[in-house]
Design a protein around this ligand. Structure first.
Ligand SMILES: *[C@@H]1O[C@H](CO)[C@@H](O)[C@H](O)[C@H]1NC(C)=O
Length: 404
């Protein structure tokens, strides 16, 4: 046993015989109540801090306050001294008759407490008094971060939350303080967005959680030209995309209250490929940005997006407009019809020729018979055909029917 602990032990040994002794470790802002066990029932107490009067109650019941900085925060509760909204300057040795107390006031903070992603914040932890304090910094993920009074943190998402600083006095943990750090960002986007020529591409951009700082502006811009596709505007407490002078045929975005900062690039062309940057500006003057690479692949054939917008007749089918297919079909139909008609006609003509020929063979016999019956009714048919007379012309009605 050595150093402060042995001193403390001696103090305690002294206090046990005569009164009470305590060591108080408190945080700034806390309240402390120190008893005066040796005060006795008589309502007559006198509290001193570092041997200077703080508060006294005399026999008549009147309180006397020293005009110290803490006079509005100290009061008596019975014989006990109560100090509220503790400050570092309240630390010291408090005595009331034989009672002797020591008050240490610890504090911890982050500066700044709201930090941009990959920005820096400094965490400080301190305690009054001249003992040899050691410090332990624990991250929100409960891992050890450092053992100095002050640590510097390069903020990432894991650093957002409740940090703990534990102060040790001679290897004994005496107090643990909490420091809240809020990390804004990072902006989340895709590294690469691939799209076919003529299609739409969504450029994603969002914060992992709602920002602790209000957003004052932002944009989507093309790099390296820096040309803005669309910018954010703040109207009262709301952040919206500013539609003024934006080509909405090219850029699509939400018109209402934003939950993310995605925009849509419509009918992407080959020369739209490149780097796009999403940025946000915040109240503290700081900003965040994230960039992505837009890749546009060349489309073989016409873009499908445009096809469905066309009138039916102009739609494509196997690489040709529909109307060409219909025309070809019609031509094919006409050709087939022509061929069929020709075949039918030829067949008919052939048949007619055959019939004509049949008719012409049969006719002379008839004439012959007619002749015989007319000219030689009683004679035998032994006469040579050569000597036969010319057949008479066909009756008019018969002739015309053949020539039809
Ligand atoms: C919107 O954009 C136009 C043109 O870029 C600009 O003049 C105007 O001030 C913007 N509106 C707000 C509210 O920021």
């Amino acid at each position: 046993m050595s150093g402060s602990k042995s001193i403390l032990w001696i103090t305690f040994a002294f206090c046990v015989t005569t009164g009470s002794c305590k060591v108080f470790y408190r945080k700034t802002g806390d309240t402390v109540k120190m008893d005066c066990a040796s005060g006795g029932p008589k309502n007559e107490v006198e509290w001193k801090m570092n041997n200077m009067l703080v508060l006294a109650l005399d026999k008549t019941g009147r309180t006397r306050k020293a005009g110290l900085g803490n006079s509005d925060r100290v009061r008596l509760e019975g014989n006990s001294l109560k100090i509220s909204a503790l400050q570092r300057t309240d630390s010291g040795e408090f005595t009331c008759k034989a009672d002797k107390h020591i008050l240490y006031v610890a504090s911890a903070n982050a500066n700044p407490s709201v930090v941009m992603h990959s920005g820096e914040t400094k965490l400080s932890c301190d305690i009054t008094g001249d003992f040899k304090a050691t410090f332990k910094w624990i991250t929100p993920n409960s891992t050890m971060y450092g053992t100095n009074k002050e640590v510097t943190v390069k903020a990432t998402s894991e650093h957002s939350g409740s940090w703990k600083c534990t102060i040790t006095n001679n290897k004994e943990d005496v107090i643990t303080l909490e420091v809240i750090v809020k990390v804004v960002g990072p902006l989340i986007t895709s590294e690469k967005v691939t799209v076919s020529e003529g299609d739409s591409a969504v450029l994603p951009c969002s914060l992992p959680n709602s920002s602790e700082l209000s957003i004052t502006g932002g944009s989507w811009a093309r790099n390296p030209s820096g040309v803005h596709l669309v910018t954010l505007m703040r109207i009262e407490s709301e952040v919206k995309w500013n539609k003024t002078k934006v080509n909405t045929d090219k850029v699509g975005f939400s018109d209402t209250k934003l939950s993310n900062f995605d925009v849509k690039l419509k009918k992407v062309k080959l020369d739209d490929a490149g780097v796009y940057v999403c940025s946000l500006m915040f109240d503290n003057g700081k900003s965040l940005s994230a960039s992505l690479m837009l890749m546009v692949s060349k489309r073989v054939g016409p873009p499908p997006g445009t096809d469905s917008n066309r009138p039916t007749m102009q739609r494509m089918w196997f690489g040709l407009p529909l109307w060409i297919w219909i025309l070809l079909l019609a031509i094919l139909f006409v050709v087939v019809l022509f061929i069929v008609a020709t075949i039918v006609f030829l067949c008919y003509k052939k048949k007619r020729m055959k019939r004509k020929m049949k008719n012409s063979k049969r006719q002379p016999k008839n004439f012959c018979m007619c002749d015989r019956t007319k000219k030689q009714p009683g004679k035998s048919p032994g006469k040579s055909p050569g000597k036969r007379g010319r057949p008479p012309p066909l009756p008019r009605h018969q002739y015309s029917s053949l020539n039809e």
